[in-house]
Write a protein that binds this ligand. Structure first.
Ligand SMILES: Cc1cc2nc3c(=O)[nH]c(=O)nc-3n(C[C@H](O)[C@H](O)[C@H](O)COP(=O)(O)OP(=O)(O)OC[C@H]3O[C@@H](n4cnc5c(N)ncnc54)[C@H](O)[C@@H]3O)c2cc1C
Length: 326
């Protein structure tokens, strides 16, 4: 008979592995299904993560996976989930009868679980500027708190594809007095322009043609449409955040537009979605989620799912004929 997992976690990044840790420590049978493409895989170093500042983001996940090896209920495997459905009686062989979910994988396999946690992150859809993708995580970044300090006192270009990057530029002005906003498609309101100029931030209105690198591939600057080259040491950009949420969509969880762009699943403080039995945590729920936030959200969701399963098991025990163990 096919195994029914107590919990399947879709995504093995900071959020998913943190949830698995809580569930593994609660002796739950947990499957972490991971495609292996964490959002920050482009970055050599991660910052703002207490105890791990300026360390490799991939090493953090390696360490997390190794730690989970202590808990025999936790299984890690690679794979891609494409959709899920609510199902009755998914756990006829489990210690508590339960409704739950089927989870479909890209290779056609179908798995069963009593609860689902979706921690599949998001995809940064970069502005269509030649050369930008090659610099992503090396010379071009999204988050001043993650990578701003390394650009302190240096030449900083903010590639403004929307007015939201005005805020990014003002944050970077805290770190360098050599910040220029390249208004690449952004209509900057007069008030925002005045605020930039008032703090000594340059504004370049000519269109950007490409991001340019030296022979070793290191960021050199920005080429404008008219051929002018502007040297820069770091670029901050505003990609469109697109949640990796086919599983949540297939379950029709409630979503809402996020001020930073995109539509994201709505969750409560514990990561509970609008669909009973389905949780979500990390960047798939919020584009602002940093690694510490994703870890906290995953950890909370893991504990909440365990508590939910315990409640179900109490109900099952109460419903069982007197004296019979379930
Ligand atoms: C360039 C860059 C630098 C960054 N630097 C920092 C930093 O210095 N400090 C910091 O705190 N934050 C940083 N961040 C943000 C950080 O990447 C995120 O906060 C963090 O990765 C969110 O964790 P998560 O677990 O929600 O998602 P992720 O880490 O993205 O993990 C999601 C996992 O789910 C997998 N997945 C997706 N879809 C499926 C599916 N259908 N089936 C199975 N698996 C799936 C993915 O492949 C991935 O392995 C940076 C981001 C970028 C882009």
């Amino acid at each position: 008979m096919q195994q029914t997992w107590d919990v399947i976690i879709v995504g093995g990044g900071s959020a998913g592995l943190s949830a698995a840790l809580m569930l593994g420590r609660s002796r739950r049978r947990v499957l972490v299904l991971d495609e292996g493409r964490p959002r920050n895989r482009f970055a050599g170093h991660m910052h703002g993560v207490l105890g791990r500042d300026h360390s490799s983001p991939l090493a953090l996940l390696d360490d997390g996976r190794a730690e989970l090896g202590r808990y025999d209920g936790v299984t890690l495997r690679s794979g891609v989930a494409v959709g899920a459905e609510a199902a009755d009686d998914v756990a006829p062989d489990a210690h508590a009868p339960a409704s739950g979910f089927t989870l479909d994988l890209a290779d056609g396999e179908r798995l069963l679980a009593r609860r689902l946690l979706v921690a599949s992150g998001l995809t940064d859809v970069l502005p269509d500027v030649p050369g930008l993708a090659e610099q992503w995580g090396r010379g071009a970044f999204v988050c001043p708190y993650c990578d701003g300090w390394e650009a302190r006192d240096r030449g900083v270009a903010v590639l403004a594809t929307s007015a939201a990057q005005v805020h990014q530029a003002q944050l970077m002005r805290q770190l360098s007095d050599r910040v220029t906003v390249f208004a690449h498609g952004a209509q900057l309101p007069e008030e925002a322009r005045a605020g930039l100029l008032a703090r000594g931030i340059g504004i370049e209105d000519r269109a950007v043609a490409a991001v340019i690198a030296d022979e070793a591939g290191a960021l050199r600057g920005i080429r404008l449409d008219d051929g002018t080259e502007v040297a820069t040491d770091a670029i901050f950009a505003g990609p469109e955040p697109e949640p990796n949420d086919p599983v949540l969509r297939s379950l029709t969880v409630d979503r809402a537009a996020h001020p930073m762009g995109g539509e994201f699943a709505v969750v409560d403080a514990m990561g509970r979605t609008s669909v009973p039995g389905v949780w979500a945590a990390g960047n798939v729920t919020d584009p602002r989620s940093s690694v510490p936030y994703a870890m906290a959200a995953g950890s909370m969701a893991g504990a909440a799912i365990n508590a939910d399963l315990v409640e179900e098991e109490v109900r099952a025990a109460l419903a069982a004929p007197s004296g019979r163990e379930v």
